[in-house]
Design a protein around this ligand. Structure first.
Ligand SMILES: Cc1cc2nc3c(=O)[nH]c(=O)nc-3n(C[C@H](O)[C@H](O)[C@H](O)COP(=O)(O)OP(=O)(O)OC[C@H]3O[C@@H](n4cnc5c(N)ncnc54)[C@H](O)[C@@H]3O)c2cc1C
Length: 337
């Protein structure tokens, strides 16, 4: 257990922003998390918990102990005729976990293939893609209370999952370090191929009865064709959440913009933020080292050497122009630091 000083976080965030951590340490076990939390208390240091750095925007040097979670392991902790319970270390790479499930024929996470980041961060914003969210396969998680250093279990209900939301982004923000997540995966796969792009990709391949591997392959293909790879160009995926508006507001927008896409949900109508940003004229715009992706306007990018503050300012301008044009407030999905 080694605490390093003044470490560049450039290799640890997918936006590729070069800011420093005043202190930096890696925890590979629950015990090491405990020891480092204790150490941070003794040194009176604020703390930032880091996973894969794929959902953060660094706007400054971090005057804190940045604690990178690298707890590994997949353990089968329960099994019935229908399903399995798999306990996964928070530091496991999310996509490796999905691949582990596919190899073992455990269904439920195949639509979430290729999402960057760690398993420990997945409940933070209830990650989701292609019609599936982790809350559907989540059983419980284990986390250490940063104040008392006690281990606590959270059920799905206690996590208060919503669309890219959980209790850990609100009432319990910065209170817990997630060490393990336990997923309930199905042995009898019930494929979710409803999403248009998945159906189309399967049809192109002539697959009529897809396996979970077929779904995963299709999702990987779609994602590779649509989203910029952070290994090549800095980004944190979708920068904003898709807003939901009332039916009345939607009708009002539709009267002015007849092509507005809308997807009904329990709260109203969800409008793709990418469409709003494109209509506001931002698609493909470049400003020095940063910009808005040319095909996917929901993704802000760092061409290299860009600064977090510049990206934050650009995001504010996008929010303002969308609000002015559509009276809709876009909320960031990315965590600003
Ligand atoms: C190209 C690209 C595509 C993406 N596509 C999707 C997508 O389809 N769907 C989706 O939902 N997201 C997507 N994302 C966002 C991102 O992959 C997820 O939010 C992911 O879960 C972040 O994981 P991470 O380990 O990188 O978290 P980090 O960025 O390291 O951290 C994110 C937040 O979680 C906290 N945190 C991390 N680990 C822990 C822990 N163990 N305990 C307590 N707090 C913790 C951090 O403090 C921070 O507040 C995408 C990102 C990129 C770059």
């Amino acid at each position: 257990m080694n605490i390093q000083e003044n470490i560049s976080l450039l290799p640890f965030n997918t936006f590729g922003i070069d800011k420093n951590a005043r202190f930096f340490a890696i925890a590979k076990t629950t015990e090491e998390v405990n020891q480092l939390l204790l150490k941070a208390k003794e040194m009176d240091l604020p703390l930032f918990i880091l996973g894969g750095g794929s959902n953060i925007l660094l706007t400054r040097n971090i005057e804190a102990l940045v604690l990178k979670i690298e707890i590994k392991g997949f353990d089968l902790v329960g099994e019935s005729d229908k399903d399995v319970l798999v306990k996964v270390g928070a530091g496991e790479n999310w996509h490796d976990f999905v691949m582990h499930c596919i190899q073992n024929n455990y269904a439920g996470v195949e639509n979430l293939s290729l999402i960057p980041g760690t398993v420990g961060a997945s409940p933070m914003q209830n990650i989701g893609a292609y019609g599936v969210e982790i809350k559907e396969v989540f059983d419980h998680l284990e986390a250490i209370d940063r104040n008392t250093l006690k281990l606590r279990t959270f059920s799905s209900e206690e996590c208060e999952f919503g669309y890219r939301e959980s209790v850990f982004k609100h009432e319990l923000k910065d209170r817990f370090v997630i060490t393990h997540v336990v997923f309930r995966l199905s042995k009898t796969s019930h494929i979710n191929a409803e999403y248009g792009a998945i159906r189309q990709t399967l049809a192109e391949k002539g697959i009529q009865s897809p396996t979970i591997k077929d779904i995963s392959d299709a999702v990987i293909e779609i994602r590779r064709s649509k989203l910029p790879d952070p290994a090549i160009i800095g980004n944190a995926g979708s920068f904003f959440k898709n807003p939901t508006v009332s039916v009345l507001s939607f009708e009002k927008i539709k009267s002015e913009f007849p092509n507005v896409p809308g997807f009904p949900n329990e709260d109203g109508i969800k409008i793709p933020a990418a469409w709003l940003i494109e209509q506001a004229g931002w698609k493909g715009k470049r400003f020095g080292n940063i910009g808005v992706h040319q095909f996917q306007p929901l993704v802000l990018i760092n061409y290299g050497g860009g600064d977090g503050i510049e990206i934050k300012d650009l995001s504010k301008k996008i929010q303002d122009s969308v609000q002015e044009k559509f009276h809709i407030i876009l909320h960031p999905e990315v965590n600003f630091l």
